[in-house]
Design a protein around this ligand. Structure first.
Ligand SMILES: Cc1ncc(COP(=O)(O)O)c(C=O)c1O
Length: 512
């Protein structure tokens, strides 16, 4: 039926009209151009440009079937008017909807929602408010569970007495800047070699030979993003699900977490047992140790124990991961690394620059037996394709110029002074009647607490008050020894004094 009549055009919104002449129009079947049920609210996505806000609003409405398949969208001019935005804004939103396949433009007729089967309309972009709680995710495996156990300090803001942080106030910034500047060149814009920057590896070869007795070819070195990534890469390369991995206790919890995340069955093994010698019947795919300086107690395995460990690993066909996290600050000359003693090359060595340079550098390394190199390079190739080159090359230069060894020498002296400042401050505090576990050197010491005292609760309170002490029990799953791991390297003597006074007060209030 065709109806002709005179009409006031302001009444026509939402209907499709064919204009014959200014007075008479023909209704060819009303098509309702509705707006989504959910009103447009620019405050829902305040950070987005306005056209994106309109896009998201319409996108959500289509995916939630508020605008149905085949439905016509309002004309851009009309919608702009209703939303109080410019017509170009709406046009851009429509263009994006069309480009992403939500609507189609029909010549001379307008824009229409694309035909989408109802069963596909369950999907909508996730917003913060409806993100799933992890516990409700189906079928998650032990890897995610294992990562729950990884304790990452709640705050990464600098704190007093924080372990594993070097003296950033004494870092030679000018020399570092120079090395960075000299490392910017067209040549350095190329891909990084998978194993890491050549200069850095060559410098490391010399450094490891002179400081750790490790004599290897540069091809056996892999530069990593800290020793944390080094551990992860080794676990990925060598472990099968449910492999047994032995991890020393006390020890660095990040090691056990990485191994668990790789699907291994992790068992703690006491430092005392490592010292006595592991039983011949004990089988494992991998053993993780800090033989030169236990973390966090600082003990060194005797030569007999180190050699016995190598024999055991060779008999059991077991890999040893030697984590050499702060050997540079041991008192006297550092001992020969286990890696250098392993005839059958069962040892994988990892070291880090987080402590000798600065934590934000995120550079560490692996020294691999030659047999593992090709596999590891392939793994690296598909995992991250190599690390950022600039900082690696700058570090290579820093070492080649002799800045690194000079810096280490200065830090050894400085840390010795800061260590003494901490011991003096503790001796004058309410903690003085308790023993200090101090193997000498290093960047932290351990203040023992009476057994049964809640070192974790004490540390929580201290951390809230800006003191970065770590609870010893969290590093000792086997014996739950009680104590505070107190760093001294990052703070001046005055700062150490103040922090220990405060620590003494909190200790009295919490534990006495
Ligand atoms: C014993 C030990 N190994 C490895 C790491 C990881 O260090 P990074 O990834 O910074 O090199 C740490 C960090 O504190 C550690 O204490």
């Amino acid at each position: 039926m065709v109806v002709s009549f005179t009409v006031d055009k302001s009444q026509c919104r939402g209907l499709k009209w064919v204009v014959k002449d200014p007075i008479s129009v023909k209704l060819i079947g009303p098509i309702l151009t509705r707006l989504p049920l959910t009103p447009f609210n620019p405050l829902t996505h305040p950070g987005l440009p306005r056209y994106r806000q309109v896009f998201v609003w319409l996108q959500q409405a289509i995916l939630a079937a508020e605008l149905k398949s085949g439905e016509q969208l309002p004309a851009t001019r009309e919608l702009a008017h209703q939303l109080n935005v410019s017509r170009n804004t709406v046009k851009s939103a429509f263009e994006l909807l069309q480009a992403e396949g939500y609507i189609e433009a029909r010549q001379g007729a307008g824009s229409f929602v694309i035909d989408l089967p109802a069963h596909l309309l369950r999907h909508a972009p996730v917003t913060h408010s409806d993100a799933l709680a992890q516990s409700s995710l189906p079928g998650l495996n032990h890897r995610l569970d294992a990562l729950q156990a990884f304790r990452i300090p709640e705050t990464r803001a600098p704190q007093r007495l924080q372990p594993a942080v070097p003296a950033l106030d004494a870092f030679p910034l000018q020399q570092w800047k120079r090395c960075l500047g000299q490392s910017v060149s067209r040549h350095q814009l190329q891909h990084t070699p998978l194993a890491g920057d050549g200069l850095l590896r060559e410098e490391l070869v010399m450094h490891l030979a002179s400081r750790r007795g490790i004599q290897v070819d540069a091809s056996q070195l892999l530069i990593t993003s800290g020793s944390q990534q080094a551990l992860h890469l080794v676990a990925e390369l060598l472990l099968c699900p449910n492999d047994r991995v032995l991890v020393e206790s006390p020890g660095y919890p990040g090691t056990a977490a990485v191994m668990r995340a790789a699907g291994a069955k992790v068992e703690s093994i006491s430092w005392q047992l490592l010292q006595q010698g592991l039983p011949t019947g004990l089988k494992a795919a991998c053993l993780c140790v800090t033989p030169s300086r236990n973390f966090p107690l600082g003990h060194t395995l005797t030569l007999q124990a180190r050699l016995a460990l190598l024999n055991w690993a060779e008999q059991q066909d077991c890999w040893i991961i030697e984590d050499d996290f702060d050997c540079e600050f041991a008192t006297g000359q550092p001992i020969t690394a286990l890696y250098a003693l392993s005839r059958e090359q069962r040892v994988i060595y990892t070291g880090t620059f987080s402590r000798t340079m600065f934590p934000a550098l995120r550079l560490g390394y692996l020294v691999l037996p030659p047999a593992l190199v090709p596999g590891m390079l392939k793994l690296r190739g598909y995992q991250d394709g190599g690390l950022t080159r600039l900082s690696q090359h700058a570090l290579g230069k820093f070492m080649a110029e002799g800045y690194y060894s000079r810096h280490l020498k200065k830090m050894r002296q400085l840390y010795q002074q800061r260590r003494e400042a901490l011991i003096t401050a503790i001796a004058a505090s309410p903690l003085s009647e308790l023993p200090v576990i101090d193997a000498g050197g290093g960047m932290h010491l351990v203040q023992a607490l009476p057994s049964g005292r809640a070192d974790q609760a004490l540390c929580q309170r201290l951390n809230q008050e800006g003191i970065g002490a770590r609870p010893l029990s969290a590093y000792d799953p086997l014996n739950q020894q009680q104590g505070l791991i107190l760093g001294f390297s990052a703070d001046t003597a005055d700062q150490i004094d103040d922090a220990v006074s405060h620590l003494g007060l909190v200790y009295r209030q919490t534990l006495c």
